[in-house]
Write a protein that binds this ligand. Structure first.
Ligand SMILES: NC(=O)c1ccc[n+]([C@@H]2O[C@H](COP(=O)([O-])OP(=O)(O)OC[C@H]3O[C@@H](n4cnc5c(N)ncnc54)[C@H](OP(=O)(O)O)[C@@H]3O)[C@@H](O)[C@H]2O)c1
Length: 346
């Protein structure tokens, strides 16, 4: 008699990118998962190990074109690692075929189709689903995730900022209109698809702000913080590109609106994340070096001249994308939330 437990069969949609390879590396360590499909627009069915040489000898699979019925015939869950717009074109078809979907793009994060159109410059083609999809940040929405068929995985800057701000807003320590977020990301945050600004000779040995006042993660941060705190929140968010492969740090500033101490604030954070294995409240100033290749987000808080300073760091490709996607998958499928995520995915 075969006593091997039944595995959940998963498909990686858009398997040739950075989040996909990170996801595959994590899922290969998952005891209850079998990766059965990987898609690309390439028509020559390349082996996945040709696309990602680090997978040589680890995953024997050829990429295929995305055909929802074919994928549904062999998989139970699809991870969509596509750019926005491409995602909302495919996801309704995957759901119609009975697949559960975790979407790593921004297409289902915002609840209002008009806000989506304003920030992404595209009419949303699946607007009735917006607002019914759970925002996949387990530290805030853990109880809502099980049972859902579509999860909107958060953005990387957004997770870093939201995790750093939520305890303060919910505790009434800061004004929802007075928050400044200074974000810094490694270059893999822009994906593997070539772009002029992320060429080595353009960004190496250089630091620059970008998308000042119009970065697409700002409305997402506003929406989630407003939801969790019950107060209309509008942040000032400025991202910077840093010449490193991966890692993301947010330095967050907000005036304290009630009398407090650094010690009290540290306790507020510790209490807020008591149930959250992947958020570490640390005494030291967080460094990207300590969180890359892990699913941890390190956070600390300081109080100086009446301004609360929060420093929050994570790996944009793990806790900021594929690691949290697996956290969501685990919750969706009834596995322990930390499965496959506690050791380094490298
Ligand atoms: N990079 C990060 O740190 C990060 C963090 C959080 C969230 N995200 C989000 O996760 C998603 C994937 O990001 P990534 O960094 O993995 O991107 P990426 O490295 O550029 O990969 C994108 C993937 O999508 C496919 N693709 C590109 N354009 C397509 C189109 N028009 N139609 C269908 N497939 C298309 C590509 O495959 P082929 O060209 O082989 O078809 C590739 O497999 C994005 O929505 C991104 O915003 C990324």
């Amino acid at each position: 008699m075969n006593s091997r437990p039944v595995k959940t069969k998963v498909a990686i949609i858009g398997a040739t990118g950075y989040t996909a390879v990170e996801l595959i590396k994590i899922l290969l360590r998952h005891p209850h998962v079998e990766i059965v499909a990987a898609t690309t627009r390439r028509e020559d069915n390349p082996p996945i190990s040709e696309i990602h040489p680090c997978l040589t000898g680890r995953l024997d699979l050829r990429c295929e074109l995305l055909d929802p019925a074919t994928i549904a015939a062999k998989a139970d869950v699809a991870f969509a690692c596509l750019p926005h717009v491409a995602s909302m074109e495919s996801i309704p078809l995957l759901l119609a075929e009975g697949l559960k979907v975790i979407d790593l793009s921004a297409d289902y994060r915002l609840t209002d189709p008009d806000v989506y159109e304003q920030w992404y410059g595209h009419v949303h083609t699946d607007p009735t689903r917006l607002g019914t999809v759970v925002y996949g940040l387990p530290e805030l929405y853990r109880k809502q995730i099980p049972g859902h068929k579509l999860i909107a995985n958060p953005g990387c800057y957004t997770s870093t900022a939201i995790l750093g701000i939520s305890p303060l807003l919910c505790g009434g320590y800061i004004d929802p209109q007075g928050i400044i977020i200074d974000g810094k990301s490694g270059v893999s945050g822009a994906g593997r698809t070539p772009k002029l600004g992320t060429l080595f000779s353009e960004c190496n040995e250089s630091v620059t702000a970008y998308s000042v006042g119009n970065h697409r993660h700002a409305p997402e941060i506003d929406q989630v913080l407003s939801d969790v705190s019950g107060t209309n929140t509008e942040v000032v968010f400025t991202p910077h590109l840093i010449p490193m492969d991966r890692g993301l740090l947010c330095s967050i500033y907000a005036p304290a609106i009630k009398k407090t101490t650094e010690q009290e604030l540290m306790q507020v954070f510790s209490d807020f994340y008591r149930e959250s294995h992947f958020v570490r409240i640390v005494d030291h100033l967080p460094r990207t070096k300590d969180v890359i290749h892990t699913n941890f987000c390190d956070i600390t808080v300081r109080l100086s001249r009446g301004i609360i300073h929060v420093f929050s760091a994570l790996d944009n490709l793990v806790k900021g994308a594929s690691g949290v996607a697996v956290q969501n998958f685990n919750l969706m499928c009834g596995y322990d939330e930390t499965t496959a995520l506690v050791d380094s995915p490298q």
